[in-house]
Design a protein around this ligand. Structure first.
Ligand code: OX2
Length: 752
C-alpha cells in the first residue's frame, strides 16, 4: 500500500486545508508525511496492483473490498553491505499504525491438522473435521477513500491470535516455554511475509498463511451474507464474488465447498454450483515455479478435510472430462485426462503426488484471466491450453492498470497542474482518456518548455535523494535512465549492466572532443532480490561493483554514472518515477505477464526502452510504436532460440565484456563467475532468458535513444505523447472491465 497520509488527504480533497491546519499546530506537512512507514505487505507488482485496484474500486463507487494478512513484518528492508544485499526485518508496527481499526469482536476460528470423521445426523451422514490446532483470525480494517466521492472502501487484514491466551497449568508446573507455546505458534502465522516474487518456497507455513486468510475471509463474507439473506445460499452468487489473485488464495475452492457442505449442510452438487459461480481466478505470471503445487502429503496433514474435498472435486472433474472427451481414442483420452488432473505426479520425483492449485482454480472458477493481451494469449495457448480447449469462454483478458491519483496527480503535482491548466480542468484525474487532448500540444515549443521545466525540477529532487543516499552529486543535465523492479533473471537487469559497461568502455576510448558530443547518462537500478535467490543477489553486486568503478572515474563520471538505489519501495518509486526520462522494461519476450511500472512511467512522460512483452506492447500501441524504443526477439521465437542455443554466435562486444568481468575489471571475479557462466556457456538450457541473443539489438536501441535525446524537441514531443497515450492504463478502466465482465456489479453511492 505504501503510505496513506498524503494519498488520503488528496483523495478527500483536503490538501490545502490539512496542510494549513498542521501548520497552525506547528508542523510541516512534508515532514509529517515523511514520518509514515510504508505498509509493505506484498512483494512487487502483484500486491501493488491490488492496491491500485482498491483505489479504483472506491473511486468508482463499487461495492468491493480487499482481504489479506496483517503481517507483523512486511517486505524486508534492503540494505547494502559493501555492495552486497543484506536483509533486515521490516519492523513497521512498533509505533502503531494509525490507519488501522481493530474490529473487536470480529474474529473467526481457523483450524489446522487433526482428523476427519463421518457421523450420523438423523439419517444424514455428516463429515466432522476436528482440527488439532486452532487460532483466531482477528480483523483489522484499513480504510481506502475514493477520490472525489464519499465512498470509502476497506482493506480487511487478518491477524493470527491464540485461542487460549496462556497455559496456566503448564506455567504452574514450571514449564514456562510450553505455557507460551500456543501464543507463539499462532502469532507465527501472520508474522512474516514470504520474500519471494514468483518463486514460492515449498514451506508449510506458507500454505498455512494462505489457508488462514482464505478461511477467515470466506467466513466473514458468509456471515455478512447470512445476516441479510439467512441460509438462502442459492442467492450467494448474486450477492458475492471473489477474485482470486494468483494461486495463493486458491485453496478457497475447497474451503467454500467445506463451509457450504460441512458447516451449512448443503448437498455437494448445490454447493459446487454456488462455489464455481462465486469464484474467479487471475493468473499473474508465466514463471512455472510460481504456479503453486502442494505435496498431497503436506496438504493432507495440514488440511485433511480439504484434501478429501479436492480428491472428490478431482474425481468428479476427471469423470466429467472422460465423458466430454468420449470421441477420443482411449489412449489419447487417458493422456488428456491425466494431463488435466488436479492431483498429479511430481515430474521431478515420481514418488510424490502434488495438488496443482492453478488447475483447481480453473476448474472451480467462472472466469480465468491474464493481465495483458499477450499474457492472456499465452495463458490460453500454452500454460492452460488444455483447459482453454475445454472451456474457451471461461478465458478472458484484463489488461492491468495503475491509479492515476497516486501515480500521476499526487506524486507529480507539478505535472498535474500543468496538465490541468492546459486541458482546462482536472477531469482527467477520473477520466484519463481526456489526457489524449495533450497530443495537440506535443509539438508546441512553449508547452514543451513548461513540460521540460517540470521534468527538470523532478530530476533535481531525485538528485538530492541520490546525494543523501550515496553522497554524490549527479549531473542533472544528464539523461536519467532508470530500471526499478524486483531483481530477477527474466527481467534482465544484467543486460542493462552489460550495456552500461559497454558505454563506459566507449567513453574511455573517446577523445575529449568526441566526449563533448556524448549524451551524458545517470543510470539508476533498484529492486529487491528474494533472500534465497542467489543469482539475483549476484546481479545486485555486479551493479554496485560497476558503479564503484565508473562513478569514481574523473574522466567520465559526468558523462556516465550508475547507482543502485537500496530498499526500493512504493515511497521511493513516487520520487523516482516523475524524474525518469528513460525507463527500462527489457524482460525476455513472453516472460513478464504485464508489468505495471511501465504504465506509471508512461503517465509521467518517461520514454520506454523495452521488449515486445507484457503491457509494453499495448503501451506502444497507445503511444505510437515509433515513439518507443523496441528491440529484441519476439515471444514466438523464444522456444526455437532456446533449442538452438548451442549454435548461437555471440557478438564480439559481448565476448569482450564477459572477459572483462571474468578478468576482474570490477573486482570480485570469483563471485561473478557463476553469473558469467549462466549466460556465456553456449549449451542448451543455458542463458535461459536469452541475454546474449538480445544484446546487440539492445545496444542498437540504446544508440537510438542517444540520437533522439540530442534532439530535445523530438524527445519532449515523445514525452508528451506518452502521457497523452496513457489513458488506457488507469486502473479505473481495468476495474470497470472486471466489474462488467466478471463481477457483474454496478456503482452505488451511499445515500447522502
Ligand atoms: C506480477 C507479474 O510478474 C507482473 O508482470 C504483473 O504486472 C503483476 O504481477 C501484476 O499483474 N508475482 N508477481 C507477479 O505475479 C506474481 C505471481
Amino acid at each position: 500500500m505504501g503510505r496513506s497520509l498524503t494519498n488520503t488527504v488528496y483523495n478527500l480533497g483536503l490538501e490545502g486545508e490539512y496542510a494549513d491546519a498542521l501548520r497552525q499546530l506547528g508542523y510541516d506537512m512534508e515532514k509529517v508525511a515523511d514520518a509514515e512507514r510504508d505498509a509493505a505487505l506484498g512483494n512487487g507488482g502483484l500486491g501493488r496492483l491490488a492496491a491500485c485496484f482498491l483505489d479504483s474500486i472506491a473511486t468508482l463507487d463499487l461495492p468491493g473490498w480487499g482481504y489479506g494478512i496483517r503481517y507483523k513484518y512486511g517486505m524486508f528492508k534492503q540494505v547494502l553491505k559493501n555492495g552486497y544485499q543484506a536483509e533486515q526485518p521490516d519492523i513497521w508496527l512498533t509505533s502503531g499504525n494509525p490507519w488501522e481499526i481493530r474490529r473487536d469482536g470480529l474474529r473467526f476460528e481457523v483450524g489446522f491438522g487433526g482428523r476427519v470423521e463421518r457421523k450420523k445426523d438423523g439419517n444424514k451422514e455428516v463429515t466432522v473435521w476436528t482440527p488439532s490446532e486452532k487460532v483466531w483470525a482477528q480483523a483489522y480494517d484499513n480504510p481506502i477513500p475514493g477520490f472525489s466521492t464519499p465512498t470509502t472502501s476497506n482493506l480487511r487484514l487478518w491477524d493470527a491470535q491464540p485461542i487460549s491466551e496462556f497455559d496456566l497449568g503448564a506455567f504452574n508446573a514450571g514449564d514456562y516455554d510450553r505455557a507460551m507455546l500456543d501464543r507463539e505458534r499462532a502469532e507465527a502465522i501472520s508474522a512474516v511475509l514470504y520474500p519471494n516474487d514468483s518463486t514460492p518456497e515449498g514451506k508449510e507455513l506458507r500454505l498455512k498463511q494462505q489457508y488462514f486468510f482464505v478461511c477467515a475471509s470466506l467466513q466473514d463474507v458468509l456471515s455478512r451474507f447470512k445476516a441479510t439473506h439467512g441460509t438462502k445460499f442459492e442467492l450467494l452468487p448474486d450477492k458475492a464474488c471473489f477474485q482470486l489473485n494468483d494461486t495463493h488464495p486458491t485453496i478457497a475452492v475447497a474451503e467454500l465447498m467445506r463451509l457450504l457442505v460441512d458447516v451449512e449442510g448443503l448437498d455437494w452438487d448445490a454447493a459446487w454450483t454456488i462455489t464455481t459461480k462465486c469464484l474467479n481466478y487471475t493468473n499473474h505470471t508465466v514463471m512455472p515455479e510460481a504456479l503453486e503445487k502442494w505435496p498431497v502429503k503436506v496438504m493432507a496433514k495440514m488440511l485433511p478435510r480439504h484434501m478429501e474435498i479436492i480428491e472428490v472435486i478431482n474425481e468428479g472433474w476427471t469423470k466429467w472430462l472422460g465423458g466430454h472427451l468420449k470421441e477420443l481414442k482411449a489412449e489419447e483420452r487417458a493422456k488428456r485426462i491425466s494431463a488435466m488432473s488436479i492431483i498429479h505426479e511430481n515430474p521431478w520425483n515420481k514418488e510424490e503426488m502434488l495438488v496443482n492449485m492453478a488447475y483447481l482454480a480453473v476448474v472451480g472458477s467462472s472466469a480465468v484471466n491474464g493481465v495483458a493481451a499477450i499474457h492472456s494469449n499465452i495463458v490460453k495457448d500454452e500454460i492452460l491450453n488444455d483447459f482453454y480447449q475445454i472451456f474457451p469462454s471461461k478465458f478472458q483478458n484484463k489488461t492491468n492498470g495503475v491509479t492515476p491519483r497516486r501515480w500521476l496527480a499526487w506524486c507529480n503535482p507539478e505535472l498535474a497542474s500543468l496538465i490541468t491548466e492546459t486541458l482546462g480542468s482536472n477531469e482527467w484525474i477520473n477520466d484519463t482518456e481526456k489526457l489524449s487532448a495533450l497530443r495537440a500540444h506535443a509539438s508546441d515549443p512553449t508547452f514543451q518548455k513548461k513540460w521540460a521545466a517540470v521534468k527538470h525540477a523532478k530530476k533535481e529532487k531525485l538528485a538530492a535523494l541520490i546525494k543523501k543516499i550515496h553522497g554524490d552529486s549527479v549531473n542533472t543535465n544528464a539523461l536519467f535512465d532508470i530500471q526499478i523492479k524486483r531483481i530477477h533473471e527474466y527481467k534482465r537487469q544484467y543486460l542493462n549492466v552489460l550495456s552500461i559497461i559497454w558505454r563506459y568502455k566507449q567513453l574511455k576510448k573517446m577523445t575529449p572532443e568526441q566526449r563533448k558530443k556524448a549524451v551524458p547518462r545517470v543510470c539508476l537500478i533498484g529492486g529487491k532480490a528474494a533472500s534465497a535467490y542467489d543469482m539475483a543477489k549476484r546481479i545486485i553486486r555486479l551493479v554496485t561493483a560497476v558503479g564503484d568503478v565508473i562513478n569514481k572515474d574523473p574522466e567520465t563520471k559526468d558523462l556516465l554514472s550508475l547507482y543502485f538505489l537500496p530498499d526500493y519501495n512504493v515511497t521511493l518509486a513516487e520520487t523516482i518515477i516523475p524524474a525518469a526520462e528513460l525507463s527500462q522494461h527489457i524482460s525476455t519476450a513472453g516472460t513478464e505477464a504485464s508489468g505495471t511500472s511501465n504504465m506509471k512511467f508512461q503517465m509521467n512522460g518517461c520514454l520506454i526502452i523495452g521488449t515486445w512483452d507484457g503491457a509494453n506492447i499495448e503501451i506502444a500501441e497507445e503511444t505510437g510504436v515509433d515513439n518507443v524504443f523496441v528491440f529484441g526477439v519476439r515471444a514466438d521465437e523464444i522456444n526455437q532460440l532456446r533449442k538452438e542455443r548451442k549454435n548461437f554466435k555471440t557478438d564480439p562486444r559481448w565476448d569482450e565484456i564477459m572477459k572483462d568481468i571474468e578478468g576482474g575489471m570490477f573486482g570480485d571475479k570469483d563471485y561473478f563467475k557463476p553469473l558469467v557462466d549462466s549466460v556465456n556457456n553456449m549449451k542448451v538450457g543455458n542463458d535461459w532468458f536469452l541475454v546474449a541473443n538480445d544484446f546487440a539489438a539492445y545496444l542498437d536501441a540504446q544508440e537510438e535513444v542517444d540520437k533522439v535525446y540530442k534532439d530535445q524537441s523530438e524527445w519532449l514531443r515523445r514525452s508528451i505523447m506518452y502521457t497523452a497515450g496513457s489513458g488506457k492504463f488507469s486502473s479505473d478502466r481495468t476495474i470497470r472491465e472486471y466489474a462488467e465482465d466478471i463481477w457483474h456489479v454496478k456503482p452505488s453511492r451511499p445515500a447522502a
